[in-house]
Design a protein around this ligand. Sequence first.
Ligand code: DQA
Length: 151
Amino acid sequence: MDVKPSFRVQVIHGPNLNMLGLREPAIYGPQTLATLEAMLGQEASQLNLALGFFQSNSEGALVDCIQACFGQQDGILINPGAYTHTSVAIRDAIAAVGLPTVEVHLSNIHRREPFRHHSYIAAVAVGQICGFGADSYRLGLQALAQHLKTL
Ligand code: DQA
């Protein structure tokens, strides 16, 4: 018997994450975006979540995707990529829709170049998980599922 998913979560990947596998694998790991999403799909079925996936290199498209989550999704798992460190627009979109959002990064942004240490997203996120490679997403999904249950 199929069990109805308890929560709907939109997974959003920012710029250059479509290049995973090819892109600086010593920093971001060997997995492709497709592999990472397949792993998240498995995790989601354990957690009884329904996932949507979106990737864009464009800031406006990411804002549109976040806005489209309003009324359609229960939470957002986002790796904003380089826009983490630059985008007031993505931060404002998350604040506007008011959905519980978990920020994830493959690398530990706090032990990298100083320009990566600040996140515009962290202040509007439930929390941030970084530095665990693809596992950051898995742990982020678990944390979001747990958080949604408390609301
Ligand atoms: C990243 C970290 C960012 O600083 C970088 O610009 C990325 C990926 C990460 O997942 O580690 O594109 O978000």
